[in-house]
Unconditional design. Structure first.
Ligand code: HEM
Length: 304
């Protein structure tokens, strides 16, 4: 059986794949800060949540591209991310950090690490796609993500991208009842992607300019939705999607008020940092994120 993978192993392999870039995040190195306002949608499934008890809460945000390279080409399809940290009146935070794919590459950190290992170049600097294919075939839990990647198109804008939390979370109601849910974030401007030829006509960097223009032209907002899980829906495996027909309720809407600047630079968008009543599931990928983000945070703050 596989040897247990540690957070340091994951941070190291991100650096091996994307290069060493002192001072930058070890994943999602390229990104843009934004700030906004959260207006909650109180509902019976999240009754009593402090998060939903106050209107107009301040939100720190960061939109990003996946990978450890801070100069990556924005015309390429692939991972886009969003970190949101909502500040409650009592000073506590609630974090939502998601990606644009609906299913994770692996059921646990070992499988994810094994998959990433197949992407490393050999001593001659050559990668071996056959190795990656063989791994995907032997590890069913990376297949749904690999298929998503194959058909993924270039996101037209961060404001036209949806983001998925992927993991399962719980809200503990005062009655003792637990709400089992997964969240996703839907853009008010709708999801839009660029075809290959449209993407080729764009400059290598366009995401900040496009977003800035959209914000000047009107409202850019995102609705945080919660899918309500059934007993049989996995709460530990982010490589398994829940059935599409699960009911969804809105948690609230974040309206962006400004973008750019450095306000998110010293923020750690660890998704396990949540407000009162919310708890993470035992999903080993979710649990692995806290130590990984902490290591990356410490490194980049000390210019490593
Ligand atoms: C074992 C799995 C994972 C590991 C080891 C990992 C690791 C990391 C690390 C080291 C960072 C940089 C943190 C910092 O310097 O502040 C990061 C950022 C990020 N990750 Fe993950 N991650 C994992 C899974 C995920 C998943 C499942 C998602 C989406 C649901 C995700 C979305 C993001 C996003 C959006 C950012 C950028 C946050 C920001 O802008 O500060 N990650 N990740």
């Amino acid at each position: 059986s596989d040897k247990e993978v540690q957070a340091t192993d994951l941070v190291d392999i991100f650096e091996k794949l994307g290069g060493k870039h002192p001072g930058f995040r070890k994943a999602h190195a390229k990104g843009m800060c934004a700030i906004g306002t959260f207006v909650p949608s109180p509902n019976e499934h999240f009754k009593g949540a402090a998060l939903l008890a106050n209107s107009d809460l301040p939100v720190a945000m960061r939109f990003s591209l996946g990978g450890a390279n801070p100069n990556s080409d924005e015309r390429a399809p692939g991972t886009r991310g969003l970190g949101m940290q909502i500040k409650l009146p009592n000073g506590s935070f609630h974090t939502f950090t998601g990606n644009n794919f609906p299913v994770f590459a692996g059921k646990d950190p070992e499988t994810f690490f094994g998959f990433l290992s197949t992407l490393l170049p050999d001593e001659n600097g050559k990668t071996d796609p056959a190795k990656t294919m063989a791994f995907i075939q032997a590890n069913p839990s990376v297949q749904a993500n690999a298929m998503w990647n194959q058909q993924a198109k270039t996101p037209a804008s961060f404001a036209n991208t949806g983001f998925f939390g992927l993991h399962t979370f719980y809200f503990n109601q005062a009655s003792g009842e637990k709400t089992k849910f997964r969240w996703d974030i839907q853009p008010s401007l709708g999801v839009k992607t660029l075809d290959k030829d449209e993407a080729a006509k764009m400059p290598e960097e366009f995401l900040v300019d496009t977003f800035t223009k959209q914000l000047e032209e009107g409202a850019v907002s995102f609705t945080i939705m919660a899918s309500l899980g059934e007993e049989q829906d996995s709460d530990i495996d982010p490589s398994q999607q829940w059935p599409a027909e699960r009911p969804q309720v809105a948690l609230g809407t974040v309206t962006v008020t400004a973008n750019g600047g450095d306000a998110c630079k010293n923020t750690n968008f660890d998704p396990n940092i949540m407000s009162a009543g919310f708890t993470p599931s035992a999903d080993p990928v979710l649990r692995m994120r806290s130590p990984s983000y902490a290591i990356s945070f410490g490194k980049r703050l000390s210019n490593q």
